[in-house]
Design a protein. Structure first.
Length: 553
């Protein structure tokens, strides 16, 4: 069952309405910033049932309507063909509105794609206003076209459309407005075509709602695959229009984007490229570095911590979502975890597993050991460790994401694991005494820590003489930060903070560890569902390694 988003943004719209197209960059930005915590809901307001009657009502003719649309382009800066009403031959916008209502009855995500493609077809490409166009675009959006054709003229769809129009009037909003709903609080804002005022409104109505920083243009275009104008990229990534166009043209020149001209304006879509890796300069162009002032690890830590906690709260609460990395049972099987151990774990401990390797390949844990898992997440590895140490052993988990801590403790209760305790804290300040554990294990966590040297010193401190370290983590061969800058979202996605392998191993040795060995390598990101992520990680030589080491006696 899909969780209800805490914030809903309602847009009373129409596929033919130029104001609806003008608000698209704002809506796309809000979706990128708030993710699944925000739901965009399109409801059909119906611009006009009869073009002639509408023109008469507003005192315009075909020529002045074109001027009116040109004025809107000046305000929204999102281009349309100003003469599209005449070129398409539209007489009524209601059939397209009913078609969307019918699409929404099939599938919300496909209906949203359908709405966007309808706007592109009519307002950008000036395609004919026919039922054939409505059905063809429905097919392209993945809808059941026979069902769409039947339901768009049904009584139920007509009632839904009428209900939307009445709701629009009751809310006292128009096509230039967005209605923000957060619990019992509702507020609208109109005549605003940048996202910042809406973000301020959402943050006020839903304080503390986690946010992310969009950073990768190629990733954005891979996700949407629409006709994307300069204004949309500029708004989503909060950069000037001129910079957005320069980056898009550079990515086009690199063979990664296709440009199409409609009227006097360029639009871009992602090109199906066969490139396995990218030149580092292209990676730099695609990644928009947020404005950050952090210069030291101390400055960086709270920024990264927020991004990591936001992401792994999602992993804990919404494991069904698609992420940049494999998750749950699929990941555990890929990393070749012991099936017999996994069979003894609760399903909820497995579903949010976000490790990057299998540290148990080091065989460091013995019956009766005391074990610390740094970054214990939903509890998969601590529960596996608890089975290995047995009733005479003790396992501590350490994490700083409250949703993961709560989930791990719940899983421990489900399994009745009396020898496991979860601690709240971070890798650079472990709340355990010196020389108190036999084994430290960690999985995909230390790449998220800005001050890795301090983390390894802490791990060394809590280990007893002769104690053992087993960990899995992401390393790279090229420095990501040197190319992409400080990017919290890249850190949270397990690549931005990954150290160059030689530096990573040197940090472990510098902490005092002996016999530091890489015992296993895995092309972890090969299981990502994103072509962009796979290409990016190959560019930097990112992979997961399993490392073993020991503390001297």
């Amino acid at each position: 069952m899909t969780a209800v988003a805490p914030v809903k943004v309602v847009h009373f719209a129409d596929p033919w309405c130029w104001w609806s197209w003008g608000l698209e960059p704002v809506l796309r930005r809000l979706e990128e910033v708030y993710g699944d915590r925000l739901e965009v809901e399109y409801r059909m307001g119906g611009t006009f049932e009869d073009l002639g009657g509408w023109m008469e009502e507003y005192g315009v003719d075909p020529s002045s309507t074109v001027d009116w649309i040109r004025d809107s382009i000046e305000l929204t800066r999102n281009p349309v063909d100003p003469d599209y009403l005449a070129k398409t031959g539209v007489r009524s916008t209601y059939p397209a509105c009913r078609a969307f209502e019918a699409a929404a009855r099939q599938d919300r995500e496909k209906a949203h794609r359908y709405f966007r493609r309808l706007m592109e077809a009519f307002q950008i490409r000036s395609e004919p206003a026919t039922e054939e166009t409505l059905l063809r675009i429905g097919r392209e959006a993945g809808l059941d076209v026979s069902k769409l054709k039947k339901e768009m003229v049904s009584k139920e769809v007509e009632q839904a459309f009428e209900g939307d129009r009445h709701a629009m009037h009751r809310a006292h909003v128009n096509f230039l407005s967005l209605l923000v709903v957060a619990g019992e609080k509702t507020e609208s804002k109109g005549d605003t075509f940048t996202s910042a005022p809406f973000e301020e409104l959402i943050d006020r109505l839903a304080p503390g709602l986690p946010k992310r920083v969009p950073s990768n243009i190629l990733e954005y275009l891979e996700k949407h695959r629409d006709l994307t104008p300069v204004r949309e990229v500029a708004e989503v990534f909060q950069i000037p229009d001129e910079e957005a166009e320069s980056r898009l043209r550079s990515l086009e020149a690199a063979g990664l984007l296709l440009r199409s001209e409609h009227g006097d304006h360029p639009f871009w879509t992602l090109r199906e490229a066969s490139l396995k890796t990218l030149p580092l300069e292209v990676v730099r162009i695609s990644h928009v570095t947020p404005h950050m002032t952090a210069k030291t690890a101390a400055d960086l830590t709270p920024i990264i911590t927020r991004a990591v906690q936001n992401l792994y709260t999602d992993v804990a609460t919404s494991p069904q979502r698609a992420y940049h990395f494999p998750l749950g049972l699929e990941a555990l099987r890929f990393l070749e975890y012991d099936a017999a151990l996994l069979a003894k774990l609760p399903r909820t401990a497995v579903e949010s597993f976000a490790g990057v390797g299998n540290p148990f390949y080091a065989n460091a844990i013995r019956a009766g050991d005391t074990v610390l898992d740094v970054g214990s997440g939903s509890g998969t590895d601590v529960l596996c460790a608890s089975l290995l140490v047995g009733s005479a052993g003790q396992v501590y988990g350490l994490d700083f994401t409250l949703a993961m801590i709560e989930k791990a403790r719940s899983n421990i209760d489900r399994m009745n694991a009396k020898n496991v305790r979860i601690l709240e804290g971070n890798a650079t300040s472990v709340p355990l005494p010196d020389a108190s554990v036999d084994v430290v294990t960690s999985n995909g966590v230390l790449n998220l820590v800005p001050d890795k040297a301090s983390a390894f010193r802490e791990i060394f401190r809590v280990l007893r003489p002769g104690g053992r370290l087993q960990l899995a983590d992401i390393v790279v061969q090229e420095d990501v930060g040197a190319v992409c800058g400080l990017n919290p979202q890249l850190w949270a996605d397990c690549i931005g903070g990954a150290a160059v392998e030689s530096d990573y191993l040197s940090s472990i040795r510098s902490a005092g560890f002996l016999e530091v060995r890489v015992i296993r390598r895995v092309d972890y990101f090969s299981k990502s569902g994103s072509d962009t992520t796979r290409r990016l990680t190959r560019t930097f030589g990112a992979e997961s390694i399993v490392v073993s080491a020991r503390k001297g006696s």
